[in-house]
Every structure is written in structure tokens, then in C-alpha cells.
Design a protein around this ligand. Structure first.
Ligand code: CAA
Length: 388
């Protein structure tokens, strides 16, 4: 029985900062960002958007196409949780009017957790073939102003419907894993912005890739050439290019620019203009590949590498289903991106500095452009959401 991604939908906030503007204010050459890390724009959530509204906005188009009562498992993965106790999944579950008979939880392992969610959901639907699972990765990547990580900030969510006989990507059974206790990127509970040992994090990412690829290749018997395209966790697009080039050398191939672009290029397009979306990023890459690739990927195998600092790596694969193009949200994604509003530097910094109210009082948030859901305010430490 096949299991995997039946539908995949991506959402990113309606505002962005162009990294050439950030470069001007940081006194660096814009090509350090455009070429050196391979990023052009970073998505900025307005004050009435958070991981819950982004998650629900990503999932709603999927749920409009199915019977919501068939969703009995909802896994929301995030690095940017909003509560130490209550799962963000429950806020999104309510906005999405999912059935009460549903197992709804939040998963955490930095940028990796949506992949754990996807694999757990795929195993679960095998036992319950008449049910559907909703897996969402949703994140706001935040680093300190003027830190090296600042130009890699971003925001977005990807929702995936996981079923038997999926229409978009059937997951292969084989995978390779790598877990190690390292401090490459972390965010203590008392901090809003991540801490990172940047250069070290890049080394750990690559060693996690090589180790998990090794196990995947041994278990599956597949070679590099058995994969038509690759999707990587995308902290910034250059990271994926560096990692892929290293993997190619490791398997004895030469990573020419043309080959790199053919295998990877289409998967990088959304990330380049949204920035890091943490848990969502490898699936943002998959969505970007499926939306942009002009070759028919039907029946072709895609290799995927998911990475979460701390660290957890997984290499896995899936086969694109023959009629996948009929089930994509390509037009919706392109409208969303084309309709975004550019922020000035000052607007970016004002939003960044706006602290979340913690006094337990009554706060109503001004209305910005969001998706179909917004964070209307906070009352006595309780977030108030509304559907528009
Ligand atoms: N034109 C073209 N290229 C330029 C340039 C210019 N004018 N100026 C600099 N560059 C190049 C540099 O040569 C360098 O390229 P190489 O790496 O190929 O040598 C690149 O631009 C970046 O320059 P620096 O190395 O000087 O950049 P930095 O030290 O200021 O910051 C970073 C880079 C460490 C990645 C930083 O952005 C960072 O800390 N990011 C957050 C951490 C991160 O994303 N880590 C990735 C792995 S961990 C992970 O994946 C989990 C996660 O999501 C966070």
C-alpha cells in the first residue's frame, strides 16, 4: 500500500524586506546576501500573524477540497512555539474547524520536526487507510538584529495531507537517520531570537547529510543517479548547494554548475524570496520544485534531506505520482508571492522591535494583510484568533 503526501500547500506572510535594503543598512555588499548566501528577500510576518495563523492559512486550501471529518490526526511542527504547554495544533485545529475526534499535537526538534510528523503520519495511515492526517510545519525564523544570522530570517508554513494512495508523492519505506547532541543552533525558553554557531552549524549539517545518506543508500540499494531531483532543508539556498555539491563529490561525481542547477535549482526558488522557514523549509523546497519544474516529474524519484539543529538529520525519498500536476496549488502560491508588499528598513525594524504584550492586560492588534486568519489580540495572557 502506498502512503505519502496527497496534497501540499504553502503559505508565507504578505510582507517582505529586500536584502539589498538590509545590506545598505548593514554596510555590506548586497552580493554577500544575493550570491554569498543565495537569498534575495525575507518574509516578515505583521504583528497580527503568528505560527498559528500561518499554519491555518497553509492548511485551509487543502481542507476546502476534502471532507474535514476524515482528518483524525493533526501534527503541527514548529521551532517558534507560542506556549510552553498548550499545543499550537489546538489553536489551528479550532480555526480550521477540524473534528473533535482528532489527535492534535505539537512536535519539536528545531527544523526537523515536520519530517518526524510526516513519517509518523504515513505509518499511522497505513493502519487506518480510511483516515487522513494533516501535518504542518510553521515557523518564524528570528535572529538578533545585526547578527550574521539576520539575513537568513524568514517565515512561512507548509501543510500536507497524508493519506494512503497519495496523489502527489508516495514515500519510499527506506530512510537514513542521524542523531547527535550538539550545540550548533538553539533557543533557550527565555529568548525570542535564536542563538547559533554559524560556521559550525554548516559543518554539522553536512556531516548529518553524509551519515544519513550512507544509511539510506545501504538500506535502499539506491544510487545517487536513481534520484531525478533533490530537496534539502533550506536555512539559505547556498547551504543546500554546498551540501549537494559535497554529497556529489562523496559519491564520486563532479558537481558542475549545470548539473547542480538541474538537480536542485527549482527547489530553491521559494526559499530565496521567503528566507528560512525552519520546519517548513524542506517542504517549501518540494513545493517549489513541483510548482516550477517544467519537466514532467511523474513516476520520478525525489531525494529529500531534512535537518534540525541540535541535531537530527534524515535522508528519505519518494516517487512523484503520475497525475500530480492536477493536485498542486501552483497558481495560488504564485498569486500569494506576486501580491506581497515590500517593507522599508524602518518598518522592518519597527515590527522586529514590537514586543508581544506580557502584562496580562487587554490588547487589540491593528489589522494588516494576512491570510484567511489573524491574531486579533491577547486578553489575560490568552491569544485571540479570528477568521476573516
Ligand atoms: N559577493 C559574493 N559573495 C560574498 C560577498 C560578496 N560581496 N561577500 C561575502 N561573500 C560570501 C562569502 O565568501 C561566503 O561564501 P562561502 O561560504 O562560500 O565562503 C558567504 O558570502 C557568506 O559570507 P560569510 O561566511 O562571511 O558570512 P557570515 O559569517 O556573516 O554568515 C552564516 C554566514 C554563518 C551562514 C550566517 O548567515 C548564519 O549564522 N546563519 C544562521 C545559521 C544557519 O543558517 N546555519 C545553517 C546550518 S544549521 C541549519 O540548517 C538549521 C537552521 O535552519 C538554522
Amino acid at each position: 500500500m502506498k502512503t505519502g503526501i496527497d496534497l501540499i500547500s504553502f503559505y508565507t506572510p504578505n510582507y517582505f524586506l529586500d536584502l539589498k535594503v538590509l545590506a545598505e543598512h548593514r554596510g555590506v555588499d548586497k552580493d554577500k546576501f544575493y550570491l554569498g548566501i543565495g537569498q534575495e528577500k525575507m518574509a516578515i510576518p505583521p504583528p497580527d500573524e503568528d505560527i498559528v495563523t500561518m499554519a491555518a492559512s497553509a492548511a485551509e486550501p487543502i481542507l476546502e477540497k476534502i471532507d474535514r471529518s476524515s482528518v483524525e490526526l493533526m501534527i503541527l511542527a514548529t521551532e517558534s512555539g507560542i506556549d510552553q504547554s498548550k499545543a499550537a495544533a489546538l489553536f489551528a485545529h479550532s480555526l480550521l474547524e477540524l473534528p473533535r475526534r482528532c489527535r492534535a499535537v505539537e512536535l519539536k526538534e528545531a527544523c526537523y520536526a515536520a519530517t518526524a510528523g510526516l513519517q509518523l503520519a504515513a505509518s499511522w495511515v497505513k493502519d487506518h487507510p480510511d483516515k487522513k492526517a494533516l501535518v504542518i510545519g510553521t515557523d518564524i525564523a528570528r535572529y538578533d538584529l545585526r547578527s550574521p544570522g539576520e539575513p537568513t530570517q524568514g517565515a512561512g508554513a507548509v501543510a500536507m495531507l497524508v493519506t494512503t494512495e497519495p496523489r502527489v508523492l508516495a514515500l519510499d519505506a527506506e530512510y537514513g537517520l542521524y542523531a547527535e547532541d550538539v550545540m550548533d543552533f538553539w533557543r533557550p525558553n527565555y529568548r525570542d531570537n535564536a542563538l547559533v554557531d554559524g560556521k559550525y552549524s554548516m559543518l554539522v549539517y553536512i556531516s548529518a547529510l553524509l551519515e544519513s545518506w550512507k544509511q539510506y543508500a545501504e538500506r535502499s540499494g539506491r544510487r545517487f543517479e536513481d534520484h531525478a531531483r533533490f530537496c534539502y532543508h533550506l536555512p539559505f539556498t547556498k547551504m543546500a548547494e554546498k551540501a549537494h555539491s559535497r554529497l556529489m563529490k562523496d559519491v564520486g561525481l563532479t558537481p558542475t554548475p549545470a548539473l547542480m542547477d538541474a538537480l536542485l535549482g527549482d527547489s530553491l526558488r521559494y526559499n530565496r524570496i521567503t528566507g528560512n522557514t525552519y520546519t517548513a523549509s524542506v517542504y517549501e523546497g518540494l513545493s517549489s520544485l513541483l510548482d516550477h519544474c517544467t519537466d514532467d516529474l511523474g513516476s520520478k524519484r525525489i531525494g529529500l534531506f531534512s535537518y534540525g539543529s541540535g541535531c537530527m538529520g534524515e535522508f528519505y525519498s519518494g516517487v512523484v505520482q503520475p497525475e500530480y500536476r492536477q493536485h498542486l496549488f501552483t497558481e495560488r502560491h504564485s498569486r500569494l508571492i506576486a501580491g506581497r508588499t515590500e517593507l522599508t528598513y524602518q518598518q522592518y525594524e519597527d515590527i522586529f522591535q514590537l514586543g508581544f504584550p506580557t502584562d496580562g492586560g487587554e490588547h487589540t492588534f491593528a489589522q494588516y494583510r494576512t491570510g484567511p486568519f489573524r491574531l486579533a489580540g491577547v486578553s489575560q495572557h490568552k491569544r485571540i484568533y479570528e477568521a476573516l
